[in-house]
Design a binder for this molecule. Sequence first.
Ligand code: SF4
Ligand code: SF4
Length: 491
Amino acid sequence: MFTPPTHAPLALQKPRVLLAVNNIEEDCKSSDEDLQFIVQTKGRLENEIITNPDIIIVQISTTKFAGFNPLSQSGVCLLDTFQIALLEEFRQSRIVDTAIVDGEAPSQIQLKEIKRLLELGLMQVVGEQTFLRKGQSQELTAWLHVTNDCNLGCDYCYIYKTPDPMELEQGQQAVEAVFRSAQTHNFPKVKLKYAGGEATLNYSLVLALHAYAQQLAKRYQLELDGVVLSNGIAISNRMIRDMQTYGLRLMISLDGVGEYHDRQRQFRNGRGSFAYVERTLDRLARHNFTPSINVTISNRNLDGLPDVIAYILDRKLPFSLNFYRENECSAAMTDLVYQEEKIIAAMKAAFAVIEQNLPPYSLLGTLVDRARLDAPHRYTCGVGRSYLVIDHKGGVAKCHMEIGQPVTDIRAADPLELVMSDQNGIQNLPVEEKEGCRDCAWRYWCTGGCPALTYRMTGRFDVKSPNCNIYKALFPELLRLEGLRLLKYGG
Ligand code: SF4
Ligand code: SF4
């Protein structure tokens, strides 16, 4: 619990907002809704002012604090004891001109800081209301399942693998279908995720489809992004050069260092794959090509989490952490299921490692599973809104975890419309429709977790995530980390 200081030094630490990194990649289509908080009145010093009752303050050192208003766009602000003292003074509303601060009328410095706290939304005018302006996703993302084959047999994988590749003609039709829907729904940008199975097993198709997508993007004047999702086992020098030539990005799955990775990412014969991934990371470094790392956390690799974070930070790689999601294929592997206390402890240990080697970019959107504390949103992901998953036979599903249950296929005039109107598969509800989430302070940053997981564990889409307690325990820690990061790189 935070105890406010009684005497505030006159240190003028400018509150700072976050910086985000935008090249982090994950399996899921993250939300990019462009949600805005609109405040009715602009706070002025002559108004009756109060400290915003919603703000969350986390102490990060003896004299520094991270402040966060969950109903504002300001992000995490770095505060000192002077500003904290002002926030405490204004827990009771006052008119500033006549306010007595710390026994005296406010000084010019205090007035300046009050103004700044108002601008940041940490203070507000009494009775002020905040409205949500709903945005629209700017990017249609499509998972292209270029093969149903894989050279690994990871225990948590949700794909029923077969040796079947996607054929060129099918792939081209899939790309055309994505662009058709993007045009119809006015998306300015298309992102293609080349996935499987293991996408590099059908690498010539990846390159052919991306070249084709580049033609279509030019023709329709749409922005294009392409990323290869890979297990990182067999990425040759030639493949890396091709990715650089084609402007493709790369995401690699890495779940631990050595045996911790091998415990859940093995070849079909049971042999671990870490050494192969490490060889690929070395190769990529020689080419100056930076992949994004995706870490899946289960009960099996929890203890190795601090080590893998240290390993990733040493290599200066962007990364994201995601919690294991039980699925039909993995349900029998009960040792993958994590306990709340254990995963919270492991995550805190990982945060301690990050604290020792803070990166220059914000980690608010990538450390706690599907939550994104870097941008407000109402939906956990793009399912049913801005995401298409196209299997190797041309079926179109709503989510990669539902790839076996297509809603339509690539011959449809507008596959996205059918995905949006589907009432049977995953229902991606806005956070206000989830029981338990409606009044939660974190609602527009957490949004209630992965709907596929919630349904699997509860049989409902309209309830909070089964990971809720874990998220609530970690969010303040995440704010603290961001505060420390701002302190390190502040200026
Ligand atoms: S899942 Fe929990 S932490 Fe997340 S929005 Fe819902 S109630 Fe809040
Ligand atoms: S439903 Fe879950 S697994 Fe599917 S895209 Fe959304 S968050 Fe990811």
